[in-house]
Design a protein around this ligand. Sequence first.
Ligand code: C2E
Ligand code: CA
Ligand code: CA
Length: 263
Amino acid sequence: MGTDQFFLRYQPIFNLSDMTLIGVEALLRWNHPKKGLLQPDDFIPALEASGLILPVGRWVITEACQQGMAWRAMGHDVKMSINASARQLNAETLLDDVCFGLESTGFPPGLLIVEITETCLMRDAQSALHQLNALKSLGVRIAIDDFGTGYSSLAYLQQFPVDSLKIDRSFISGMGKSPEGDSLIHTLIQLGKALNLETLAEGIEEDGQLAQLRGEKCDVGQGYLFARPVAPEEIEQYFSRSTLTVLEGLVSSGASPVVPVYA
Ligand code: C2E
Ligand code: CA
Ligand code: CA
């Protein structure tokens, strides 16, 4: 099996203070010849188990960097986040894959963000620390994905050369429902600030959540309220500042987002 059955969708990521687009997350899809379009939760575990995640993961990085370069050619520097799997980290091929992606496309390392889940990082923290340092030396940025769902050692968190915390969407969906849910999100954002890390909220679906996150001074956000993962051509509408101004107006007035939502 080659990588030609795979393609990437991109979900926009916004600066919550002015609602401008600052980046996208590349999300893998599989166009299976018999089963049709498959979502990652349905096939990533099998790719991990078989080891196929290694060639596919390498393809993801290069493809995403190539797309980032296409947007640069249109005059837009968009940060590109890619997901790295536990297997890539364990096989120690991640560094090679990232080097290859950057060198073969010319994408600037400072615009690439490698997302690694908290669980994966903490499983073998010593080896992860070594790999993260090597990645950082390339100039790429590192985000801890699904933050709050694993068991982070605060001592490691301080040592890891990470740039941002992606607060898991379970905490966002728990906002506004109980005082405990609100305190938790407050505490997670404050933890990020105490460690001098960018805070990103995933899975923002409601304007009440957005308002609360902006009140907490959470830096960055993504979620269905703004946009689902879309084809690369659909991202271009978010480059225009005017669309975002309209989006912001509608969001703050409680109406539905103006930007069309794609499946
Ligand atoms: P993730 O890294 O946490 O990615 C975010 C997931 O949340 C995406 O699901 C996205 O579509 C979904 N999402 C975004 N906003 C919302 C929202 O407002 N509400 C809800 N309910 N969901 C939202 P997706 O694309 O199905 O990906 C699922 C997971 O598969 C990802 O979770 C990531 O762990 C993994 N994955 C995706 N692409 C890759 C890849 O290229 N490599 C690896 N190793 N894993 C990948
Ligand atoms: Ca992710
Ligand atoms: Ca996540």
